[in-house]
Design a protein around this ligand. Structure first.
Ligand code: NAD
Length: 499
């Protein structure tokens, strides 16, 4: 076990962290029906984006393994074992043991994804733990509804678990989307088969063991690591899965919706990507604050955040003041060594992602004006912040989710034009508007087609508020009491009282 004090002592050098990682006993097998199981295949050849060290090949589940996991989940659900448990106490115990393992979970996620260790330790892992606690503690706030009907009959609308929930999650913040879904699904009384991203499975596999130790019965939580096209597709097509809780790209969400239509019409909750707009209007006076807010929310985690504001829409009247402030703020997000606990920014997740980001950098070099000129990072998988000005609103740079530290700047002559530009992509996850004008703020809230709108701020976060988008950014809601809706069914009952 990695001591929490790793982060609070002088033993925090890159060498010390590397030694701590080599001392970890890494679990890479699937977790089915309460035990780790061997698979015939594993995902070989993975290297850590931090330093290129080989990562043990995690299990690659095929359709048969996924079928075993779904059967175990169905059996446990039908037996009702979990619904009879004190789920609140068990999940709170799991949250406590994750807290105790916080250092180890942070190391595993950092090793696999290249994001800075300190982000995981101080921000991401605590958020995941808080989410689990929140669902455990707030489930009691759900209420059934009773309606009086004529002739002594009472109608009740009761909420019940949906059955077997398949959860499919991304790599960019491995445990947070997992806990946003798992906390709601388990607390509601469902059994779960979880398919983590092939780029970030190790911490999830570790949590499976902690869950068992905390008292989650066999079959209630199963983890099937593997490739999206094989394990993910098998889960999404399985006729005995009742809901897929998905976070990932819009393209994969589209495939999963088709799988559902072609199989059992299972419910699909989809949380997808974005190309979120950050509007700075001519009425904004706090330009420095706005620039710092934009830089922090885009360049944190190398831009690999679904709600990152990757398009700046600036009114012409404040452009020349704002852009130099932004370039200067971006300089605070230069990548370093992800194992260095004093470093805030690590690298991109993989060589593939690096090449993808490069294709946008090449396009920007040809078609736009680059405002930044930071020197290249030591890690070849990391990218220093890039700001492209004079971007064509119809171009790939302005329309596609890059998932890298790359900002497209578009200029508007009026507030109305800024709103049109902001709404001019297929995505609708988040948006931010900086203005000192009350009327502009009110109109932005009404007119922006985004699931989350920030006024004079960005990236605010609490478990009480729902998180989710519209358009190609998806339609589910993670967090808040609304998250239970995704993993429950409403049943209307009519009852005549006995004479
Ligand atoms: P992805 O769509 O490639 O993969 C997501 C998950 O789906 C992975 O587990 C993957 O193995 C699986 N998968 C891939 N193909 C599949 C298929 N055919 N059938 C079933 N499952 C399949 O996305 P990613 O690259 O892992 O993650 C990045 C994306 O996630 C970005 O678009 C990002 O914006 C989005 N994201 C959204 C949120 C949100 O809350 N809205 C949060 C984090 C990430």
């Amino acid at each position: 076990m990695i001591p929490i004090s790793l982060f609070e002592t002088a033993h925090s050098s890159v060498e010390f962290v590397s030694r701590a990682i080599s001392a970890l006993r890494i679990e890479k097998r699937a977790f089915i029906d309460g035990q780790y199981c061997d698979t015939e295949l594993s995902i070989e050849g993975k290297c850590s984006p931090v330093d290129g060290q080989a990562i043990p090949g995690v299990a690659s589940c095929d359709a048969a393994m996924v079928g075993r996991a779904v059967a175990a989940a169905r059996r446990s659900y039908d037996l009702g074992v979990w619904r009879r448990c004190d789920r609140r106490s068990i999940l709170l115990r799991l949250a406590d043991s994750m807290q105790g393992m916080r250092g180890e979970l942070a190391l595993l996620d950092c090793l696999e994804t290249g994001r800075a260790l300190q982000n995981y330790y101080y921000d991401s892992i605590p958020k995941a733990i808080d989410a689990l606690r929140w669902f455990a503690e707030n489930y009691v706030r759900l209420r059934d509804e009773s309606l009086s009907a004529p002739s002594g009959v009472v109608a009740r609308i009761v909420r019940q678990p949906i059955g077997v929930a398949g959860l499919i999650t991304p790599w960019n913040d491995p445990l947070v989307p997992v806990m946003w879904k798992l906390g709601a699904a388990l607390m509601m009384g469902n059994s779960v088969v979880l398919k983590p991203s092939e780029y970030s499975s190790l911490s999830v596999l570790r949590v499976a063991q902690l869950a068992m130790e905390a008292g989650v019965p066999a079959g209630v939580l199963n983890v099937v690591p593997g490739l999206g096209a094989i394990a993910g597709a098998a889960l999404a097509q399985h006729p005995d899965v009742d809901v897929i809780g998905f976070t990932g790209s819009s393209e994969t969400a589209g495939q999963i919706l088709q799988f559902s239509g072609r199989t059992n019409l299972k419910r699909v909750e989809a949380e997808c990507g974005g190309k979120s707009a950050f509007l700075v209007t001519g009425r904004c006076q706090r330009l420095r604050e706005a620039a710092e807010c934009l830089a922090e929310n885009l360049f944190y985690n190398q831009g690999q955040i679904c709600s990152a504001p990757s398009r700046l829409i600036i009114e012409r009247s404040v452009r020349s003041q704002f852009l130099p402030l932004l370039v200067s703020a971006a300089g605070g997000y230069l990548p370093g060594h992800a194992f260095d606990v004093s470093c805030r920014i690590g690298s991109l997740v993989s060589r593939r992602q690096r090449e993808r980001v490069q294709s946008y950098l090449d396009e920007g070099a040809r078609t736009a004006t680059q405002l930044t000129a930071f020197s290249a990072p030591l890690n070849p998988l990391a990218v220093a912040p890039v700001i492209f000005d004079e971007v064509d609103p119809g171009s790939r740079l302005a329309q596609e989710e890059i998932f890298g530290p790359v900002l497209a700047v578009l200029t508007a002559d009026t507030f109305e034009q800024a709103i049109v530009l902001a709404n001019g992509t297929r995505f609708g996850l988040a948006a931010g508007v900086w203005t000192d004008c009350e009327d502009e703020a009110t109109r932005a809230v009404a007119e922006l087609r985004a699931g989350i709108v920030h006024i004079n701020c960005y990236g605010e976060d609490t478990m009480e508020a729902p998180f989710g988008g519209m358009k190609a950014s998806g339609f589910g809601k993670d967090k808040s009491l609304l998250a239970f809706d995704g993993y429950s069914l409403l049943k209307t009952t009519w009852q005549r009282s006995l004479p």
